[in-house]
Design a protein around this ligand. Structure first.
Ligand code: NAG
Ligand code: NAG
Ligand code: NAG
Length: 413
């Protein structure tokens, strides 16, 4: 059990990070998790200066405060390179929400002609990029310091209940318009869970979900050896319930130990985890590894491991009836019922045949829960050759996925 739980945790850690090593035969080294060449860059002037203005786009930085005190960094690209002009308030706002263990920079790593954020701006959208609490640009809080374990006392339930509402509300108020949403990976789960509780629907026009993650049970078969049976207790004794910093020594040591185990070939494990990405550019991968991975809360990973273990989309399980009763008034955590997403809410889903995280069988479970959705309001795209990272940094993503996303948004204005 302990062995399996370690593997499943590693699976979560490796999310987007790993497959490139195999794809490009980069040195195995320390997985880019330690060492000066792979230190996370935190540009002092922020993301706008580092990744947007250099391409000739306007860019604005905002701070958004959540109800629970986190101060998030949000970027806006109000117009495209050419023919921008006009009133940004007349443009349709789009919010991009990244996945776990990365930040908003992942939308900006390819060339402007290949990256979704720039393509949307050049197509006449008003683009907003959020950065989840704990990532390098969103490490402020009204009272807590990141060195305080209490700063890390959250899971994706809190992103659903407190973070997404803050960001969406901010963009809604700034633009005076309902917004289009794009989520990748955990960013899709945040939206689906919110919508299932009837939240945000009044401020969001439509949602495009790339590599959708809701059920994670089949991640296990994709990985073969990984039975996702993490136990809160084990993980907390390993790392404590605070920051999970993939660049930190405890995590690096943990991964090294894991990879030294006789039956674990990290090369195979890596591919097994994200799937075999078809279409990554080696220089983008290098840039990706310089910028990511980013910290998250260990408690958040525990919650994701519970989702994989239980095959049910539910709130965080305190692992103890009394604690659950105390928090939820029930012995088991409440379930997010995706069938409750309003059936006329426009959804676009794109998933990959090679994606080991957003496994085809799990996406099927998700689609089953949406089977009563208005057929006119649900578009589903299957990209046979795509794995998890292809959806954000694939060089063919514009032609295959992003053009579809734009067509979808335009048909739901
Ligand atoms: C973490 O937050 C929960 C509420 O979500 C609270 O009950 C608990 O006491 C907090 N844990 C710590 C260690 O502060
Ligand atoms: C990869 O990206 C670099 C930098 O943007 C670019 O110069 C190069 O042409 C790209 N290669 C391919 C095969 O797309
Ligand atoms: C989810 O809700 C639907 C109706 O909206 C109901 O038929 C179904 O039983 C619910 N599922 C669960 C697991 O509660």
């Amino acid at each position: 059990m302990a062995h399996h739980s370690l593997l499943s945790l590693a699976a979560l850690v490796f999310l987007l990070i790993i497959d490139p090593y195999r794809a490009f035969g980069l040195s195995r080294g320390s997985f880019g998790l330690t060492g000066s060449s792979n230190t996370v860059i935190t540009p002092p002037a922020g993301m706008c200066a580092a990744a947007v203005a250099i391409h000739g786009y306007k860019c604005q930085e905002f701070n958004v405060k959540t109800e629970d005190g986190y101060i998030l960094s949000v970027q806006r690209i109000p117009e495209g390179r050419v023919g921008g002009g006009g009133d940004a308030n007349k443009k349709q706002p789009v919010l991009l929400q990244h996945g776990v263990l990365v930040d908003g920079m992942t939308w900006l790593l390819n060339s402007p002609d290949e990256s979704l954020a720039f393509i949307l701006a050049d197509s006449g959208f008003d683009v907003w990029i959020s950065n989840t609490r704990g990532t390098r640009f969103s490490r402020q809080h009204v009272t807590l310091d990141p060195s305080n374990p209490e700063f890390w006392n959250w899971t994706w339930d809190d992103l659903v209940a407190r973070e997404l509402p803050a960001v969406i509300d901010f963009v809604f108020k700034q633009t005076g318009q309902k917004i289009h949403y794009v989520g990748h990976s955990l960013g899709t789960l945040m939206a689906l869970a919110s919508f299932s509780e009837g939240q945000q629907i009044d401020k969001v026009k439509s949602a495009a979900l790339l590599s959708p993650i809701a059920y994670l049970s089949h991640m296990t078969t994709a990985l073969g050896v990984v039975a996702a049976k993490a136990f809160v207790g084990e993980v907390t004794t390993l790392f404590g319930l605070d920051e999970f910093n993939p660049k930190g020594e405890p995590v690096a040591n943990f991964l090294k130990a894991l990879c030294a185990e006789p039956h674990v070939d990290c090369y195979d494990l890596l591919t097994a985890i994200t799937g075999k990405n078809c279409c990554l550019n080696a220089s983008t991968v290098e840039l990706f590894l310089k910028n990511e991975p980013q910290s998250t809360a260990t408690k958040n990973l525990v919650h994701l491991a519970q989702t994989a273990r239980d095959g049910v989309l539910a709130k965080y399980d305190y692992g103890n009836v009394n604690y659950n009763v105390e928090h939820y008034g029930e012995s088991k955590p409440p379930v997010y019922n995706l069938s409750n997403i309003p059936h006329d809410f426009p959804l676009f889903l794109s998933y990959g045949g090679q994606d080991a995280l957003s496994d085809v069988k799990d996406v099927q479970t998700l689609l089953d829960s949406l089977k009563l959705h208005d057929p006119d309001k649900l578009s589903v795209q299957y990209v046979k050759e795509y794995a998890h990272a292809d959806f954000i940094i694939g060089v063919t993503a514009k032609d295959i996925v992003y053009n579809q996303v734009i067509t979808f948004f335009r048909s739901h204005q």
